[in-house]
Design a protein around this ligand. Structure first.
Ligand SMILES: [Zn+2]
Length: 431
């Protein structure tokens, strides 16, 4: 049993405990409150969290962990040339060891920054899953399927095998999805097969959707339909769908997404960096769409910092709508926690309450930029940074304590990832 004492606790964006206790048994939260029932007085580990703020672990709802190797490799380019000229040629050279150490690097950054789970889509997913299993992170992982790939059917078969092998692994920390990359890279014939497989496997779908204006226009030219309408027509949205981006829904498409119950992963940093546009997030929230937050990969962000993403989400839409009341701080926090849990389809995650999974982050409040503590949720969203994270608990296990990793070898992972990146990017791009 682990007990956290004397913490300021934000169990969820609309709750607050000034000085309280959290009791964890195995991977589950047993108690959260300003009281401490008698039977919780004995604990194996007691963390004195005086001066620390306890929040639910942050959830990165759309990322490509191993892309951390490509950080800084191709910047200041639009999405399609960025993909075709730089990213895809480099990705064609990826080896399993690249995926493993690239994922480890991403995981290191996420845990250090208070992110306890993510939804990942990338190549050679088993290597990412191995990194997740070893590291202690929680993740929903999918192998990317590019329908235009000459061996698309092999990619689909491997994705199906991945789901069968890894669903529920690592004591349940790993779940799986199928990952059709995007409507522009997956023709209807393969999408239909993917929908069928997702039904059979009982897994959801993770897809990039309506990310750029060019994507929407090309879809209309090619199919006479927008990407979201296409996905509705092909039955994709009838499956539990995690739709990354949705920057350019047209007309009634926000209603379509809401009606099907799709969870959107909003990636403000990536959308800004790739110049993709501004997703109509306030309208999506108003329509009742669960809208989570993601960083996207480190090649288009270029970090995996969910504090930054919360702040960007809160600021971007105020600027876009010239209205400071949209996406208040509590809403941004909810997107990074409760909506993230919906993105991962995990019911007992995203808030600190008895029965929920014990994914908890303690933040050091004793910093000039977090003083004088007038409003903790405001501090979290508008002032805090990843470096303020003191302690991280995932699935009831302490992985970071007083800023130090308890098990992961940070120096080794950074050195190995650097070596893999040097090998991967040594070959000049075909572009
Ligand atoms: Zn992405």
């Amino acid at each position: 049993m682990i007990r956290i004492d004397n913490a300021v606790i934000i169990p969820s964006p609309d709750q607050y405990i000034d000085r309280g206790h959290i009791v964890i048994e195995k991977n589950t939260i047993l108690h959260v409150g300003d009281d401490l029932p008698e039977h919780y007085r004995q604990a194996d580990t007691i963390i004195d969290a005086s001066g620390l703020l306890a929040i639910p672990g942050l959830i990165n709802a759309h990322t490509h962990l191993a892309m951390s190797l490509l950080r800084g490799y191709a910047d200041d380019m639009p999405l399609l040339p960025w993909l075709h000229e730089k990213i895809w040629p480099a990705e064609a050279r990826l080896e399993e060891e690249d995926i493993y150490w690239g994922s480890m690097l991403g995981i290191l950054e996420m845990i250090r920054g208070g992110t306890t789970s993510c939804a990942d889509m990338y190549w050679q997913a088993p290597a990412t899953a191995q990194a997740v299993e070893k590291s202690g992170l929680r993740a929903s992982i999918c192998d990317v399927i590019i329908g235009l790939h000459p061996e698309a059917d092999r990619l689909l078969a491997e994705s199906i095998d991945f789901c069968r092998e890894w669903q529920g692994k690592a004591d349940g920390r790993i779940t799986t999805m199928l990952g059709p990359h995007a409507p522009y890279s997956c023709p209807p014939s393969i999408l239909e097969k993917i929908v069928e497989a997702s039904l059979e496997l009982d897994v959801g779908l993770h897809i990039h959707l309506s990310e750029t204006v060019a994507e929407v226009q090309e879809s209309i030219e090619q199919y006479g339909k927008t990407p979201i309408a296409m996905m509705a027509g092909l039955g994709v949205l009838e499956r539990p769908t995690l739709a990354a981006h949705c920057v350019h829904p047209v007309e009634d498409e926000i209603d379509i997404l809401a009606r099907f119950g799709a969870v959107v992963a909003h990636n403000p940093g990536s959308n800004m960096k790739l110049g993709s546009g501004i997703a109509p997030v306030p309208a999506m929230l108003k329509a009742g769409i669960k809208t989570s937050l993601g960083t996207d990969g480190a090649a288009s962000n270029n970090n995996l910092d969910m504090f930054e993403e919360m702040r960007l989400a809160a600021l971007l839409h105020k600027a876009a709508e010239e209205d400071p009341t949209v996406i208040p701080a509590g809403q941004a926090l909810s997107m990074a926690t409760e909506a993230g849990a919906a993105a991962l389809r995990i019911k007992n995650l995203g808030s600190l309450e008895p029965g929920n999974l014990a994914d908890i982050v303690l933040i050091n409040l004793n910093k000039p930029h977090l003083t004088p503590h007038n409003n903790y949720i405001s501090d979290l969203v508008y002032s805090a940074e990843a470096a303020d994270v003191d302690t991280v608990i995932i699935d009831g296990k302490i992985l970071l304590q007083k800023g130090l990793f308890t098990e992961l070898d940070e120096e080794e992972i950074m050195a190995k990832a650097t070596k893999r990146a040097k090998r991967l990017l040594r070959v000049p791009s075909e572009a």
